[in-house]
Every structure is written in structure tokens, then in C-alpha cells.
Write a protein that binds this ligand. Structure first.
Ligand SMILES: Nc1ncnc2c1ncn2[C@@H]1O[C@H](COP(=O)(O)OP(=O)(O)OP(=O)(O)O)[C@@H](O)[C@H]1O
Length: 259
């Protein structure tokens, strides 16, 4: 199958002081259409930089970044991004936050509003469309961000530690919500986290990165199936071994980073 997203021999050095900083060196990776891939790796190894490259915010010094077989030239609605902070406009209602992008593109207001209400219902925010962001909890704000990212029907969603600031209970609910929306839409997801359990629950495949300059040092395809459940996954016969292995690998790379 043709890769939906690909980095081919990508290198990137930032012009930093006192010396340039090589963040990625000759890194390659590929995601199939509809795949859910999680990136794990030490702080500063270049995970967000990879998302920024795929989003089109940054360009590589060498190598290629491809989406749907074409070189990524600039950001576009087919590649959405969700950050740790929901970044909502405080002066706009929930509905206006969700519809902001499509309305800028002069899409029909009634049609966009109907789709936005549909997404707000899916993320459990029916009845909150006229609330202001300050009237919402952190988890509710991140639900708005999910609805906003999914509204334009992106082919790819890039998620940069989207649940990192949430409490454990809310995080679990958001993970389940994300999986449901992903299974329904078949969007290709590239998700960055530091949380190994989160990676195990969410991913089809985990990519472990080395310390900077970041490379993929291990790839683990999870055997849990797509129809998994947060309450039963830990009972899978391979869960403990895989968790231990991934934890060990991630800690090893983090130690290398510090030594
Ligand atoms: N635009 C930039 N200019 C200069 N340096 C940058 C720029 N963007 C990122 N960096 C540096 O590149 C390195 C990699 O950053 P990146 O955010 O990709 O790491 P990360 O793996 O996502 O880290 P974390 O897990 O801590 O979020 C860091 O040292 C960062 O300071």
C-alpha cells in the first residue's frame, strides 16, 4: 500500500546559538492510510519537529516530506494539528471556535454550523455550543479542539501530547473518544506522547526515537487489535512484556540523552 505520510531521509538543523542544532539526521518513516502511529522518545529528540514538518510549518534541509505521495509545501486543512493547549479564542463561543477555519474559507455558514454541531455532539458537548471557553473545564476545551480539528475532514491529524495537561481520569476518557472518532473516520493519526501506557492503548504501531539527532531506533506493531478496551487491554497475554520492553527502550534512550 502507498504510504499516506512519509519522511524520506530527512535532515534538519536549526540555526541556533552558540552553534547550529541538528535535530533530525537522515530519518525515514512511513504511515499507511488510516494508521494510528505513536512517536515516543526523549525530550528534545525532535518529535514535535516531525509533526511540524508533516504539517508544513517547517521544511527539511534535505530529504522529502510527503503527504498522499506529494511533497508537503505548506500547511493545509487536509493535515490538522492538535496541541497540548487547546488554544481556543477566548472571545468566541464554542461553536464559533469550531467553525472559525471553514468560515474563513467562506464555506456556507448553515452547512458548517450543522457539521460543527454534529462534531460537538460526538465529543459529548451537545448543549455547550454557546458557552465561552472560560466556562469549560480543561477536558471540555480539548474536546472543542478535537471537534475543530476534525470538522474540515482532514486526511491526517497530528497530535502533540494532546492529553498531557489533563488529569488521569479525563485523559482516559479523551483517549477513548479519540479512538472512537479515529475508527469512525479512518483518519491517519500521528501522535506524540511521553506516556507508554497511552501509547499502548492508542497505537497500531509505536516508533521509538533516539536522542537528538533523532532517528527511529525501534518499531513495535502492537498485537492488541483495533477493537480494544482500556479496561481489558492490560489483561492481554503480551501486554506486560511489551510494556516492559517499551519502557526499557524509552528509558535507555533517555539515559543516553543525559549521558
Ligand atoms: N524553530 C526552532 N529553532 C531552533 N531550535 C528549535 C526550533 N524548534 C525546535 N528547536 C529545538 O529542537 C530540539 C527538538 O525540539 P522538539 O520540540 O522537536 O523536541 P521534542 O522531542 O518534541 O521534545 P519534548 O518531548 O520535550 O516536547 C529542541 O532542542 C528544541 O529546542
Amino acid at each position: 500500500m502507498t504510504a499516506h505520510i512519509a519522511l524520506e531521509k530527512v535532515s534538519l538543523t536549526f540555526a541556533a546559538k552558540p552553534q547550529p542544532l541538528t535535530v533530525l539526521q537522515n530519518i525515514s518513516l512511513a504511515l499507511s492510510p488510516g494508521e494510528f502511529v505513536v512517536l515516543l522518545g526523549p525530550s528534545g529528540c525532535g518529535k514535535s519537529t516531525i509533526l511540524n514538518l508533516v504539517a508544513g510549518f517547517t521544511k527539511p534541509d534535505s530529504g522529502q516530506v510527503l503527504a498522499g505521495g506529494k511533497a508537503v509545501q505548506q500547511p493545509g486543512p487536509s493535515r490538522g494539528m492538535i496541541f497540548q493547549q487547546p488554544n481556543l479564542f477566548p472571545w468566541l463561543s464554542v461553536l464559533d471556535n469550531v467553525t472559525f477555519g471553514p468560515r474563513l474559507g467562506k464555506h456556507l455558514k448553515d452547512e458548517v454550523n450543522a457539521q460543527a454541531l454534529d462534531w460537538l455532539t460526538r465529543v459529548g458537548l451537545k448543549g455547550f455550543e454557546h458557552h465561552a471557553p472560560w466556562q469549560l473545564s480543561g477536558g471540555m476545551k480539548q474536546r472543542v479542539a478535537l471537534a475543530r480539528a476534525w470538522l474540515p475532514g482532514p486526511d491526517v491529524l497530528l497530535l502533540d501530547e494532546p492529553f498531557g495537561a489533563l488529569d488521569a481520569q479525563t485523559r482516559l476518557m479523551m483517549q477513548e473518544l479519540l479512538r472512537e472518532a479515529w475508527l469512525e473516520t479512518r483518519t491517519t493519526l500521528l501522535f506524540v506522547t511521553h506516556d507508554v501506557e497511552e501509547a499502548l492503548f492508542l497505537a497500531d504501531r509505536i516508533l521509538v526515537m533516539s536522542a537528538r539527532p533523532g532517528k527511529i531506533v525501534e518499531e513495535i506493531t502492537l498485537p492488541f487489535g483495533r477493537d480494544r478496551d482500556i479496561e481489558t487491554i492490560a489483561g492481554h497475554p503480551q501486554y506486560s512484556d511489551i510494556k516492559q520492553h517499551v519502557l526499557h527502550r524509552v528509558r535507555l534512550e533517555a539515559k543516553r540523552h543525559l549521558s
